[in-house]
Design a binder for this molecule. Sequence first.
Ligand SMILES: *[C@@H]1O[C@H](CO)[C@@H](O)[C@H](O)[C@H]1NC(C)=O
Ligand SMILES: *[C@@H]1O[C@H](CO)[C@@H](O)[C@H](O)[C@H]1NC(C)=O
Length: 497
Amino acid sequence: MLGVSVLLSTLFSLIVGLVSSEKAVICYYGTWATYRHSYGQYDVENINPYLCTHLIYTFAGIDNTGKIISLDPYLDLSDGRDNFKKFNALKNKNPNLKTLLAVGGWNEGSAKYSKMAASTSRRKNFIDSSLNMITSYGFDGLDLDWEYPNRRDTVYGTADIDNFTTLLREIREAFDKKELLLTAAVSSVREAASQSYNVTAISQYLDIIHIMTYDMHGSWDPVTGHNSPLYKGEGDEGAVKEDLYTIDQALAYWIGAGCPPEKIAVGVPFYGRTFTLSDANVNGVRAAATGAGIAGPYTATNGFLGYNEFCNLLQTESWTQRYDQLAKVPYAFKDYDWVTYDDANSIALKVDYAKSLGIDKIMIWSIETDDFHGLCGDGNNPLLNAINLALDSSFTTNRPSSTSSPDATTSNSDSSAAETSSSSSLPIPSPASSVTPATICQGRLYAPKAGDCSSFYICVIKADGSYEPKEVKCSKGLHWDQTILACNYPSEVKCSA
Ligand SMILES: *[C@@H]1O[C@H](CO)[C@@H](O)[C@H](O)[C@H]1NC(C)=O
Ligand SMILES: *[C@@H]1O[C@H](CO)[C@@H](O)[C@H](O)[C@H]1NC(C)=O
């Protein structure tokens, strides 16, 4: 009897360990926030190194020979503010922290990367110089943000897709010798991602894949829309589900295309986007808009608002706040101004949704627009705390209090213990089922499990084109809903198991 229960608990911890050991809060830091004024200024000293498992420094660039370069030597290097070094010194406070250097980003464009990836010698320049920069400043790895292969100002078009795979394979070979991390930020929805990536191929070489599940709507659209909707929302009734820009569709695409859920980090925005309405009285989702709306006092960009900027406006001005019950995100309007944004609640729902798919990594763009001074009354870093709490409450409670300043905290020795402990709310993939895959998946990305309302299958496409069903359990108390392809309240679901 004892033997059986020991065996069972060993099996259980093995299975739980598979999903819970890789939990991650991956924080991008937009380093130029150092130059913002007053309460918007965010330097390395403002980073709380206990609220992220991974911190990413943005951005390095490349030159015309493919060599990696600092884009702001004054900020990054020792002749100036020395932020490369200060950033990596955060690991002295939290030894479990991993740091990555991001190369690329929107402003770097695609052309230089298209040329670099297409040439054996430029790829070598890139890999050698990256290895050198990373190891000499103490980063734990590289995050590749080529925006995007085969899009924008690409030079080689569709050849970028395979050349990107080749580049990743070669970086992986060089990095494995030094045990460095390799990650990438990728576009999210099918329409974009399917132009840029061979998903099964790149997934082999990347440790973590940062899916940028935001910027789905913004002032470039003729109508209002959400920056980062979880599901299809108000005004989407007639649309074909697969065509919609939503987090659930983006994740369905990536998982269905063969990216293992355990490698996925779901992107969460700490900013909103603003529109100007055509008619102040037509102010819902998908209302006509004439272009970008208000800018924030610190980020000073029309069409964009940091959470730290908007939480303050919501308190000092007369905004009407609404919540899209379908898309699970808030929005707000005032006269001709319309804002889509995320708050602690909508972010927690995103984390829960990720967990329901067996995804335990959340990526954030970007930490310098959280309410890091706690000026809106919910403590310092309310959004980052919401993520830690939703991912695993023991994660946060084992860390030094988030309301104390990072400098006042000294140790984080408990956090590795917290990460390996089991969490009852995480979905637990079961061992392979004896039912043949073809019967379960039938070409679907998600399939219900006969006889078990609280479980479902994610059908992952393997490199050979076959489907492998991965059984996943919904969070406690929820049932799988095949109509919305998500775990849902039992009262909403027709299930007769
Ligand atoms: C880039 O991709 C194209 C198309 O797949 C291929 O012909 C070319 O050889 C690649 N370049 C390198 C250096 O691998
Ligand atoms: C994706 O890459 C794999 C190799 O990893 C290859 O077998 C497959 O043909 C590629 N798919 C496409 C559509 O090019």
